[in-house]
Design a protein around this ligand. Sequence first.
Ligand SMILES: *Cc1c(COP(=O)(O)O)cnc(C)c1O
Length: 356
Amino acid sequence: MSRFLKLKSLVPYTPGEQPRSTDRLIKLNTNESPFPPGPEVIKALNAGAVSMLRLYSDPTCAMLREAAADFYGISPDMVCAGNGSDELLALIFHGLTPNGAVFPDITYGFYPVFSDMFGVSAKEIPIREDFSIDVEDYRGEKGTVVIANPNAPTGLYLDEGKVRRLLEQDRDRLVVMDEAYIDFGGKSSVGLLGEYDNLIVVQTFSKSRQLAGERVAIAMSSPEIIADLNTLRFSFNPYNVDSLAILAGSAAMRDREYFEKCRLEIIRSREYTIEKLRELGFNVTDSLANFVFAAPPGMSGGEYMRALRQEGILVRHFDKAKTDAYVRISIGTFEDMQTLIEKTEKILKTARSDAF
Ligand SMILES: *Cc1c(COP(=O)(O)O)cnc(C)c1O
């Protein structure tokens, strides 16, 4: 650390490992899509698009906002685009937390980092023994509530009734639903925007739309809140979404057929993985995300993660007390998941024979 750093105690977010080459590894550690961007995205990113890079990108991101508005049947002035949802969440933590922030103690690791970075007072509400979020625990809290739905890394989903209760507890309190994983089985809260003006829904193109490396995301809310987000965005980086990201994001949003196909394939592979792991004696949550959260029998989460790495499979382990027994396994292709199960059988067998 140099003597010039102002925020000396800042502990940054730790991203999952991005190996230089995935040739010999099955990468199930950062919840990316195992499928490539779709044909429409590839068509949009043509030579003409690249030559446009001479000019600044459209600061209003009109094309992308219109594509998202059409998809959800809302108006474009209810959509703001960002350079990944991490950026949109950063703007929200920085500028839309007049009374601090409130979020579960087990959730996306960036929320406490943003709080520190922007000096936002943060309150962490413990999740329940079964990893669930009880919305009643948020009653009376004044800070902006930030909920990943489904939650990470548990995969547990809050249904619409519970989201409504959260919104109705206090109409003067903002609720942010981070829907990074909503397309894998949950129902988006976007449909509630007409009824509640204290709601922001954030979605990324990194998980269900094959564009993690393109850095593109949207926030949807009332036109007033979107105008505030634009004030924040234009006070920081008005060209936050680059020209290729606008084109690729719009094409991904409009290609419903490819989106559906990939999404349903992930759900099928997830259900297969949950069933097989449970048969092998794992504790597995009822994940509605593109990952499973699973505790192996007879070994810790860290041990299982290291054993999988020896077998060429990367998964993620979070070494907090509540999550130590578990690993988070991203859903890859169906073949990836079959390999995971085979390697897991081998690991469990070796562990058992070592124990005798
Ligand atoms: C992956 C993830 C994000 C970040 O997505 P980007 O758009 O790639 O920045 C945000 N929130 C949650 C809960 C995530 O899992």
